[in-house]
Design a protein around this ligand. Sequence first.
Ligand code: ADP
Length: 151
Amino acid sequence: MRKAVFPGSFDPITSGHVDIVKRAVPLFDEIIVAVGINSSKKYLFPLEQRIAWLEKVFADQPNVRVDSYEGLTAHYCREINAGYMLRGLRNASDFDYEKTISQLNSIVGDGLETLFLISRPAYSHISSTIVREIIKGKGDASPFLPPEIEI
Ligand code: ADP
């Protein structure tokens, strides 16, 4: 069983996240979109809200499920028996960061493999950080959000 974890904060989920998951669906038997809980991080949206949005967005995808976890992502993957982690790459700074994390996770996660999908051009400018700034500034973030989400 090919099982992948797509970890992130999803604060909030964007069209860029959705694109990565949908493109990965044919590659895995199951994808777990997992919200990592970091107690020292300040989030704009509460965990319950972020999970509710993810469940709504992926409701029509039978092989995608939503979960949350605390602690190391690599440990969570091992706990649920997932051999793969899925990540999106938008640019060179994503690459630099992700390369190190992936190499560490391969050790900490005992052979855990990270699969990277390069962002499609239409989504490579989208980040949750930018979306949060737009929302805080009372702007319209809908061009960057999946249609199921209304903020
Ligand atoms: P984190 O809290 O780890 O920064 P995010 O919720 O921001 O997580 O993102 C989770 C994953 O989605 C990361 O692999 C990130 O690179 C990827 N991602 C975020 N935005 C996009 C996008 N617009 N296109 C492709 N991948 C993206």
